[in-house]
Design a binder for this molecule. Structure first.
Ligand code: SAM
Length: 202
């Protein structure tokens, strides 16, 4: 199943429209509020970095930024001055306690159920004590993703929707968690795009 999804994402990134240029406003706001002053020696990982839209922003807040995705094509689209690493969650080729911040934006709901627990464990492993992860999980009120998987750009891929309780339980072993929720109806469409937001400290 993971193999199928990898192929689906590789195909997705061969389309020019897969290139996203602007960071999500929620990421902009969180970094400004929590990591306003860049500190020497800080490291951030964009996990599931896609076409790399968050990399220049992360580079404004951390002294070193690494991009990681299982799609080779997506990494080729990203800023080549940033260190890039091709890897498939839950396997992460990074040392224990090596990052201050991990952004995992729109990624974890694409994992097979069996890989999700190990992926959270890997994420926790690579974070420094006191480090943070900011992530989204597609919410069970979402009605948009199913169409993407059946007839849209992610045809033949798979994903899972999460209740708020399931999302919080996955990260229950983190020291603190702040919860948020975003929903939007794309212009001219019926479906709702809905995500749980979690900001967790190890
Ligand atoms: C919806 S895109 C989000 C991309 C980027 N985070 C953004 O916000 O623009 C999901 C990304 O997760 C990557 N991905 C999905 N499953 C993955 C896995 N098991 N390991 C690594 N990357 C994965 C895909 O290749 C894709 O780039």
């Amino acid at each position: 199943m993971a193999g199928t999804n990898q192929t689906v994402w590789e195909t997705h990134y061969t389309r020019e429209r897969a290139r996203q240029l602007y960071p999500d406003e929620n990421v902009v706001r969180l970094l400004k509020r929590n990591f306003a002053v860049p500190q020497t020696g800080t490291r951030a990982l964009d996990l599931g970095s896609g076409s790399g839209r968050h990399l220049p922003l992360l580079a404004e807040h951390f002294s070193e930024v690494v991009a990681c995705d299982f799609s080779h094509t997506s990494l080729k689209m990203s800023d080549c001055t940033i260190k890039r690493s091709q890897a498939a969650l839950p396997e992460l080729p990074f040392a224990d306690s090596s990052f201050d911040f991990v952004l995992c934006w729109g990624v974890l709901h694409y994992l097979d159920a069996a890989l999700l627990g190990p992926a959270v464990t890997s994420l926790e492993r690579i974070l420094k004590k006191g480090g943070h992860v900011f992530l989204t999980l597609r919410a069970d009120s979402d009605t948009h993703l199913a169409a993407q998987l059946h007839t849209g750009d992610l045809r033949e891929g798979h994903a899972r929707l999460f209740s708020k309780k399931e999302a919080l339980e996955l990260f229950a072993r983190f020291k603190t968690t702040q919860y948020g929720f975003i929903a939007r109806q794309p212009l001219g469409e019926e479906g709702l795009v809905a995500h749980h937001l979690l900001f967790c400290e190890k």
